[in-house]
Design a protein around this ligand. Structure first.
Ligand SMILES: NC(=O)c1ccc[n+]([C@@H]2O[C@H](COP(=O)([O-])OP(=O)(O)OC[C@H]3O[C@@H](n4cnc5c(N)ncnc54)[C@H](OP(=O)(O)O)[C@@H]3O)[C@@H](O)[C@H]2O)c1
Length: 269
């Protein structure tokens, strides 16, 4: 794999497993050094770091809860101590999604606040804390979910969807604010991804969701993987993506192109 990110330093929040791990490993394969952040599962974070090292790169792990201001400040300090500066900040950490999956008139204020704390507020605190470390021509990338931020059909996603929409809007504002430094800011919307939080759902729900994607609701015929999303993020980190900023980019194998109004059989190629 071409070492397009040789000499770059990256931070991927929530990279002990799932999509974050896929991003960390793909950026390491491209040559970047990686700060692996996690909240509670140190073993999993070490597993990611081992994969980063197998990919031929180096890095370190930091326990920090991105919803806590003092943790985010400490995370920035650790990055500064280890890397000096930062080229890529990926805001990926999820929070306790299964705890606040709840429809609009069922969700509690505490659940809504929790979604905000680990998404829009965490992204805000992360950019504030890391901005001073970011090198010119850097990259800021936030993970989002297009059906959650643009549609309304999956009602339990209410609190998260509202936050993902906010994160995408924040990317646009930050993109303008940081443009003169050549720092691009984009959101990457993963489609429903295998080997992620989806696999923590009760098996009938997990199988129904991933099965639909395999049955044709993803035109490419399968759900995405963390490596697929890592590839999208790596592409945005490359020099060739320097003119792309403030965008919400969907990486879902075409799933969002399918029409909810027509039976699948009508839509097949
Ligand atoms: N999965 C999908 O299909 C999908 C689709 C679209 C977008 N996304 C987005 O992709 C991102 C990753 O999702 P995922 O499915 O990969 O999640 P996941 O497999 O559940 O992994 C979540 C990661 O975030 C960490 N984390 C959770 N809360 C944290 C906190 N408060 N502070 C720091 N780290 C925290 C976890 O660390 P610990 O294990 O230590 O808790 C873990 O490393 C999220 O932003 C999600 O909204 C996911």
């Amino acid at each position: 794999m071409h070492k397009t990110l040789e000499g770059k330093s990256v931070l991927v929040t929530g990279s002990s497993r799932g999509i974050g791990r896929g991003i960390a490993v793909r950026l390491a394969e491209r040559g970047a050094r990686v700060c692996v952040n996690y909240r509670q599962d140190e073993d999993a974070a070490r597993h990611t770091l081992a994969a980063v090292e197998r990919a031929g790169s180096t890095g370190f792990i930091v326990q920090a809860d991105v919803s806590r201001r003092e943790d985010v400040a400490m995370l920035a300090t650790r990055v500064q101590e280890q890397f000096g500066t930062l080229d890529v900040y990926v805001s990926n950490a999820l929070g306790n999604l299964l705890g606040f999956l709840s429809p609009p008139f069922i969700v509690s204020l505490a659940q809504f606040d929790e979604a905000f704390a680990c998404q829009a507020r965490a992204f805000f605190m992360g950019v504030q804390a890391l901005n001073g470390l970011m090198r010119d021509a850097g990259r800021i990338i936030a993970l989002s979910y297009w059906p959650g931020s643009h549609l309304g059909g999956f009602q339990p996603y209410f609190a998260m969807g509202a936050n993902k929409a906010a994160v995408e809007a924040m990317c646009r504002y930050y993109a303008v604010a940081l443009a003169r430094r050549g720092i691009t800011v984009n959101a990457v919307c993963a489609g429903l991804t295998d080997d992620s939080i989806v696999n923590q759902l009760p098996p009938p729900a997990r199988d129904a969701l991933l099965g639909r994607l395999r049955d044709g609701w993803t035109p490419m015929g399968r759900p995405g993987t963390p490596a697929d999303i890592g590839g999208a993020v790596a592409a945005l980190c490359g020099d060739d993506a320097a003119w792309i900023t403030g965008q919400t980019i969907v990486a879902d194998g075409g799933a969002s192109l399918m029409s909810p109004e027509a039976p699948l059989d009508f839509q097949r190629a």
